[in-house]
Design a binder for this molecule. Structure first.
Ligand code: GDP
Ligand code: MG
Length: 445
């Protein structure tokens, strides 16, 4: 797998300190081969490598992890990004909030798993959302295709549109809509016909069906085992029908993951679900984080690096607490505090976490501090010299002007920041007089 290959490369990355350009380039050569072997499209692989290289070169290696582990983490995060982003987040689900009947149209090649996925989704909609669903097969090309859906409907306890022989797909779609309206159906799933290969007749049929049914979701079903072919299919469809998402089937047998990696890049649409078996409950919301773990097979390394990063943050926080207890609080300390606020999800998140923080947030909001200001303040401190950060009293008019220009802001913004720092430093001194944080806790306890 990709992970076996990477493991040996990353083991060779030695030394301490920042990752060197040569180290990263050597590792990326292997990553590139591994990606291509996993059937990732060439342009996608190239973009991936560029992005990882840019992020990794010069990156400091955290204490207690090896440079190789550090690179694994960067590669992992980039994989997640490429698969749709979000920290273990679920790709957007289905949009079922539109005016009923909400139409979900399934498209794809023959054998990709459309009919099975239609039934899986119908079951999922009925059970997870408690909505009334109706399924209709528009596949008049394949013998017994409509009967196949009817059988699955019985299994998942979702109604199917009665079969009328001799009707064309567009007519069946119209009849399905009508029937859904009459029965007050919430969600109508249209299982369309496929072909062995993409052709114009298929595209015309899909467009006509979409034309009469105005689907809220058009899901492209592709077989992840077909790798690069799946990507080509996605490319053809995405130019012709207004896709809203992708379902990757046979993820239970997908050892390579290349299709998943290229899909987002090629269609620009999220992978919404993964089919993970033949059973009718074998469908999952697509988790980029989990799939990245699987491709890399190095989930343990990733969590190790995350732990190391947290430990260092904790050490930094403790060091700052010690400094503050001594009444020291320079602009470096302020900056670290701002960073932590941002890491915790900005001011809004902070207020939600700690009841006492609500007041602090209100005070900050009143003095015009919002999340954007956090970024501005960081930019201002970033434009100062180390000396200025340690000794803010050095900031004269000339220096303020230089720093404001460096941050792309106004001198008055610099003044605001300095004032805020002064107030906070004064508060720190106050706390110290009261016997440090222990005394503070006692006074409020
Ligand atoms: P269609 O031609 O696109 O409608 O494809 P079908 O829904 O008829 O599926 C073709 C075959 O693929 C059937 O045997 C399904 O059981 C199987 N299949 C569909 N989805 C999955 C999946 O996620 N995993 C596995 N292992 N098999 C699947
Ligand atoms: Mg079918």
């Amino acid at each position: 797998t990709l992970s076996d290959r990477l493991g040996t490369v990353f083991d060779r990355l030695r030394g301490r300190g920042a990752l060197s350009e040569q180290d990263v380039r050597d590792a990326m050569r292997e990553v590139r081969v591994a990606l291509l072997e996993a059937d990732v499209a060439l342009p996608v692989a190239r973009r991936f490598i560029d992005s990882v290289t840019e992020k990794a070169v010069g990156q400091d290696v955290l204490r207690s992890v090896t440079p190789g582990q550090m690179v694994v983490k960067i590669v992992h995060d980039e994989l997640v990004e490429m698969l749709g982003g979000g920290d273990g987040a679920v790709a957007e689900g289905l949009n079922l909030a539109a005016k009923p009947p909400v139409v979900i149209m399934m498209v794809g090649l023959q054998g990709s798993g459309k009919t099975t996925t239609t039934a899986k989704l119908a079951k999922w909609i009925r059970e997870k959302h408690g909505k009334k669903a109706l399924m209709a097969s528009l596949d008049v090309a394949r013998p017994a295709a409509q009967e196949q859906l009817a059988v699955l409907g019985t299994q998942v306890e979702v109604a199917t549109l009665p079969i009328v022989q001799g009707q064309q797909p567009v007519d069946i779609a119209r009849r399905a809509l009508e029937s859904a309206r009459l029965q007050a159906i919430d969600v109508l799933l249209l299982d369309t016909a496929g072909r062995l290969h993409v052709d114009q007749a298929l595209m015309d049929e899909m467009k006509a069906v979409a034309g009469v049914s105005a689907p809220t979701e058009v899901l492209l079903v592709v077989d992840s085992l077909t790798g690069q072919d799946a990507v080509n299919v996605a490319q053809s469809f995405s130019g012709e029908v207004p896709l809203t998402g992708v379902v990757l089937t046979r993820m239970d047998g997908d050892a390579r993951g290349g299709a998943a990696l290229s899909m987002r890049h090629v269609t620009g649409k999220p992978i919404k679900f993964a089919g993970t078996g033949e059973k009718l409950d074998a469908i999952e919301a697509f988790h980029p984080g989990r799939v990245a773990d699987r491709i890399l097979g190095m989930g343990d390394v990733v969590s190790l690096v995350e732990k190391a990063a947290t430990a260092i943050k904790e050490e930094e926080a403790e060091a700052m607490a010690r400094r503050m207890a001594k009444g020291q609080f320079d602009l470096n300390d302020l900056r670290m505090q701002l960073k932590q606020m941002q890491n915790m999800g900005g001011l809004g998140m902070l207020a939600g976490m700690m009841p006492g923080m609500k007041k602090a947030k209100q005070a900050m909001a009143q003095s015009g501090v919002d999340d954007k200001v956090l970024v501005h303040m960081d930019a201002i401190i970033g434009s100062m010299t180390p000396k200025e950060r340690e000794r803010p009293e050095l900031m004269n008019a000339k220096r303020k002007k230089r720093v404001a220009a460096g941050a792309g802001l106004e001198v008055q913004d610099v003044n605001k920041l300095l004032k805020m720092h002064q107030e906070m430093a004064r508060a720190m001194k106050q706390i110290r007089k009261m016997g440090g944080f222990k005394g503070l806790a006692a006074a409020f306890g």
